[in-house]
Design a protein around this ligand. Structure first.
Ligand SMILES: Nc1ncnc2c1ncn2[C@@H]1O[C@H](COP(=O)(O)OP(=O)(O)OP(=O)(O)O)[C@@H](O)[C@H]1O
Ligand SMILES: [Mg+2]
Length: 320
């Protein structure tokens, strides 16, 4: 009785396995291995059914010994060949994961480059469109003979000139922040130094920049991304760390760009603040879009150190 129940149970289980294998055959677009597994499992179910008929002991239903041998052989062959083909499934999975990562990187890179293009276009519109208009307004006003004006009008014109100067200055600043002209014209080292000079105006923080970059120019995408990353690191230190010294090393050697950035501020737990703002996650995604490595180490009370490495051997590097 127990044997009968066990056999019935195993027949049911094997039929379920057959159905699952058929489903997987469809999902894996009729991959050969699942077809073979389906045949092997079906053959096994037939074997169990044969065994069941033997056990219930119907003399008329006596099956020939060959029946079991053939089914056994078919099962073994299908399983053996099927296992061999399973490798194909794993290869497909690995390939589709690789394609997915590649697509994600391409999308990210397209987003970043579109963003930069729009910034550049907007900055140019401001600089070349609105800038000259404000400058010529200022020149026209400056052409007024101030001595001949009443004190009242003199004050109004002086004030307007002052406001115009402010407007021109802040327009240049906005345009430069959107797309730094120094970066386009002179490259990463000069643009970084310019940004440092502007950021430390009126602040006690000492920023030491050391670099071996002179007139070297890199692919525009590399320069823009590294510039934005350095700006974000500096902004974060100045905004959050209460540091007194920042050290920034920027080196280029054997087709590799190395950035070693340190501040001696209050430090933080990088894992705990990942969602606090966009800055840190942008740094990571920008560096990974260049297939580079970014390692940020910080803990409360111990400042912050970020090391970035980028291999640009596949990029076009033009010297001026
Ligand atoms: N150098 C640093 N020293 C101390 N804390 C830091 C430093 N850099 C980042 N942090 C902490 O990590 C958090 C996340 O930084 P992140 O740059 O992602 O965002 P944010 O600067 O707050 O905002 P956003 O960059 O989007 O304007 C910060 O709010 C700050 O608490
Ligand atoms: Mg930030």
């Amino acid at each position: 009785m127990v044997l009968k129940i066990l056999l019935l149970l195993s027949i049911v289980l094997q039929l379920i396995a057959v159905l699952t294998a058929i489903r997987l055959t469809k999902i894996t677009r009729f991959n050969f291995s699942w077809i073979l597994f389906t045949i092997a499992l079906t053959a096994m179910s037939f074997t169990r059914c044969g065994e069941y008929l033997q056990i219930i002991g119907d003399k008329n239903m006596k099956l020939p010994a060959d029946f079991f041998v053939w089914l056994g052989a078919l099962t073994s062959v299908c399983f053996a060949v099927g296992v061999f083909f399973v490798k194909k499934i794993f290869n497909n999975i690995a390939l589709s994961n690789h394609t997915k990562t590649l697509t994600e990187k391409r999308i990210l890179s397209a987003i970043l480059s579109t963003e930069e293009k729009e910034r550049w276009r907007f900055s140019k519109e401001l600089h070349d469109g609105l800038g000259p208009l404000l400058s010529s307004t200022k020149m026209s006003l400056s052409a007024l003979k101030m001595d001949e004006l009443s004190k009242y009008n003199h004050d109004i014109v002086s004030n307007t000139l002052y406001v115009l100067e402010e407007a021109i200055r802040s327009l240049k600043e906005v345009s430069n922040n959107l797309s730094p002209h120094t970066l386009t014209d002179f490259g990463l080292a000069r643009a970084t130094q310019n940004f440092i000079n502007r950021s430390t105006k009126g602040s006690d923080v000492k920023i030491n920049l050391s670099t071996n970059l002179k007139t070297e120019r890199f692919n525009t995408e590399v320069e823009v991304i590294l510039y934005r990353v350095i700006c974000e690191l500096l902004n974060n230190s100045l905004k959050h760390s209460q540091c007194s010294v920042i050290s920034l090393k920027l080196f280029y050697e054997d087709s590799m760009i190395f950035i070693n950035y340190k501040d001696n501020g209050k430090g933080f737990n990088p894992k705990a603040v990942m969602d606090a703002g966009m800055g840190l996650s942008n740094i990571n995604s920008r560096i990974s879009s260049l297939k580079g490595q970014c390692n940020m180490v910080s803990s409360p009370g111990n400042g912050m150190n970020t090391i970035i490495t980028i291999d640009i051997s596949n990029d076009d590097r033009d010297k001026i």
